[in-house]
Design a protein around this ligand. Structure first.
Ligand SMILES: *Cc1c(COP(=O)(O)O)cnc(C)c1O
Length: 224
């Protein structure tokens, strides 16, 4: 199936999910996660109408950025090692994986403009997952108050890989509750209006629970 056909299915699923819970479908942005696929396939996504592209490695991001450039909005969605910050920071628009102070400090040092960041939260507490625990999120964001190159636009999580709908909903709801607590702090560089949650297997539930950015790889561009 072409990216265009897959996109039509995903959009219609999003529309239905929004309709069920009374949300505006314009509030859900699709990020095409192109980490598994070629430059050509990534371009196909842009042509089909998804100009938000997500990569999880610095080399993958740089390769695709070289080829596609400013036509796309660039999202870095994977763990970012501090020593790699300088390679990618001026290419990306959004970082979905801010998870430690040392990374924030490196961004503060290297970026030439404010970077829209999501603080990554390990809501499920799975050991294999990156991100702060829920308890760490507010104190962490407090520590970023005086950073001029970090804007905390929202929170991001990866739910467990499961078809247990209730478990998925609990994860997404917890992220949303945390978001509301961050907003209540009224920190100038932490508006925290966005929720990056939902992937190929769970985006419908994520949209029902309030996702504003969904990160879709295999269901949209495929896996090779
Ligand atoms: C790979 C990846 C995705 C997309 O995964 P799919 O299941 O293929 O949609 C989303 N978010 C992150 C952080 C990823 O690493």
């Amino acid at each position: 199936m072409s990216v265009r056909e897959r996109l039509a299915i995903i959009r219609s699923n999003i529309d239905e999910a929004c309709h069920r819970v009374g949300r505006d479908n314009n509030d859900v942005r699709i990020i095409a996660v192109t980490k598994y696929v070629s430059i050509e396939r990534a371009k196909e996504a842009v042509v089909a109408g998804v100009a938000d592209l997500g990569e999880n490695r610095d080399d993958g991001l740089l390769q695709k950025y070289e080829a596609i450039g400013k036509e796309a909005t660039w999202h870095f969605i994977g763990t970012l090692q501090s020593r790699k910050v300088k390679n990618v920071i001026d290419k990306i628009d959004y970082l979905h994986s801010l998870d430690r102070l040392s990374l924030a400090q490196e961004i503060e040092k290297r970026a030439t403009k404010p970077i829209k960041c999501f603080v990554q939260v390990n809501v499920s507490g799975e050991e294999t997952k990156h991100g702060l625990s829920s308890e760490q999120v507010l104190p962490f964001i407090e520590q970023l108050r005086n950073f001029t190159k970090i804007e905390v636009v929202g929170l991001m999580t990866m739910a467990p890989y499961t078809d247990d709908e209730q478990l998925l909903r609990r994860c997404f709801r917890e992220l949303k509750q945390l978001q509301q607590r961050v907003q209540a702090l009224h920190i100038a560089n932490a508006p925290c209006t966005e929720l990056s949650m939902g992937m190929s297997n769970d985006y419908v539930i994520a949209v029902e629970e309030g996702a504003t950015f969904i990160r879709i790889g295999s269901a949209l561009v495929g896996e090779e």
